[in-house]
Design a protein around this ligand. Structure first.
Ligand code: FAD
Length: 397
């Protein structure tokens, strides 16, 4: 393992498509991950431990809410933010998940749908990592179809009372604040229940978070079930700008964009490890396994797909920076890049033979992590349907 150290992956001078600031952000994040996450991640993964000691240093580098302006946030472009998530996920998808949730699923909704008071209370503290957040949309019976959710909020005087269950919630038990999506029962003009977002401080009576154990994926990330039983919150905790299912979907779009970059990081880690290994490992006539055509075919497939994925997500990032990215563009980038990364992890694992299943190398961890990444934030197939609906105009859900 000592002989194998990440060297970066760039087949077609992709770096020349980045400006100086973008390269600087990428290189800073890369160095941080190399120095701080790589040395501890296998231990964290074995122990099922989230490396909480990295929260403050990541905050200091501006990783939380990186693409937001004000409130202490770094105000990065979308491409810069994407390059950060790429480097984080080159380290570990679980740590990137933590940052995605804090940034895209907690700070973004407060920034976009929140009142001034909510923004001033939460955003600076979340940016500094003094407070942590989680995003509760999925329920035990509603994953791909969150519109069916059972969680309800009922207005009683100047409070809301929340009841429901959320499942598979990243950072659930370590969060200080949960962004909870619920249907409001008794508000409005009687036209039906509307999904709205609520900020729920996790120390309120009736709120409980229990970790999900036995995960073989994202082991360095905390995943919890949330239970809300008659949790009372002041009406000022409603995110006033949230209105309908499109509000949480807007948040997911932000997170999916980061994942599309992140997956490239995981793919790069696997590919570069497999390439270096294949040059060192000798089988048959004392030749490196890299000299065999079948091994080269795998390496060629991987670098080919990584390169295409880089170009796809860079274009989506440039569109996003120009305010022109559509949700179907982000779906294509998430769908393609996560699939591509998972295939790279599988092929890399194969190239390492038996060593590929051991955690002396990062590949099996990435492979297992990417199984979750393929499922969350809209499964691979749900993104297929989003793209299909976009090109045909016909909803096939
Ligand atoms: C580690 C981890 C962390 C997560 N973190 C969070 C979080 O922080 N917050 C949160 O709210 N959620 C979170 N999730 C939940 C995640 O978003 C859901 O798992 C995801 O939306 C899929 O839902 P499901 O697991 O219920 O699968 P289901 O919706 O039951 O889907 C199962 C299968 O059926 C397929 N399917 C479903 N509907 C259709 C259809 N119409 N057509 C074709 N195929 C279909 C799916 O593609 C999939 O293959 C997390 C999940 C994981 C694994």
């Amino acid at each position: 393992m000592a002989a194998i150290k990440f060297r970066g992956v760039d087949f077609i001078e992709f770096d020349t498509l980045l400006n100086d600031d973008e390269r600087l952000v990428r290189d800073t994040a890369r160095q941080f991950i190399e120095d701080n996450l790589v040395p501890i991640i296998e231990e964290c993964n074995r122990a099922g431990r989230f490396p909480r000691e990295l929260v403050k240093p990541m905050a200091d580098l501006g990783f939380f809410g990186a693409s937001l302006d004000g409130y202490g946030c770094a105000g990065m472009s979308n491409v810069e933010y994407g390059l950060v998530t790429q480097e984080l996920e080159r380290g570990d998808s679980g740590v990137r998940s933590f940052v995605s949730v804090q940034s895209a699923l907690v700070m973004y909704p407060i920034y976009t749908f929140g009142s001034d008071q909510q923004k001033n209370t939460w955003l600076p503290a979340l940016q500094k990592g003094e407070k942590l957040g989680c995003f509760g949309l999925t329920e035990p019976d509603f994953g791909s179809d969150p519109g069916g959710m059972r969680t309800r909020a009922r207005k009683v005087g100047n409070e809301y009372v929340l009841n429901g269950e959320k499942m598979w919630i990243t950072s659930g038990s370590i969060a200080d604040v949960a962004v909870i999506w619920a249907k409001v029962e008794n508000e409005g003009d009687g036209a039906g229940e509307t999904i709205r977002g609520f900020l729920v401080e996790t120390d309120r009576p009736g709120f409980k978070a229990d970790d999900i154990h036995g995960k073989w994926s994202l082991r360095a990330s905390v995943t919890s079930g949330l239970s809300l039983q008659d949790v009372r919150i002041p009406e000022s905790n409603l995110l006033p700008g949230s209105n309908g299912l499109k509000s949480p979907l807007m948040c997911l779009n932000q997170a999916r964009y980061g994942i599309a970059w992140g997956a490239i990081g995981a793919a790069m880690a696997c590919y570069d490890c497999a390439l270096q290994y294949s040059l060192l490992r000798k089988q048959f006539r004392d030749q490196p396994i890299a000299s065999h055509q079948l091994v080269q075919e795998k390496l060629a497939w991987m670098i080919n797909e990584i390169t295409k994925a880089q170009l796809l997500v860079l274009q989506v990032g440039r569109l996003k920076d120009a305010g022109k990215a559509q949700h179907q563009h982000i779906s294509m980038a998430k769908r393609n890049n996560v699939w591509m990364a998972l295939e790279c992890a599988r092929q890399s694992r194969d190239i390492l033979g038996a060593n590929g299943v051991a955690d002396d190398y990062p590949i099996m961890r990435h492979l297992m992590n990417l199984e979750s990444v393929k499922t969350y934030e809209g499964t691979h197939d749900i993104h297929t349907l989003i793209i299909g609906a976009s090109v045909t105009g016909i909803d096939a859900f």
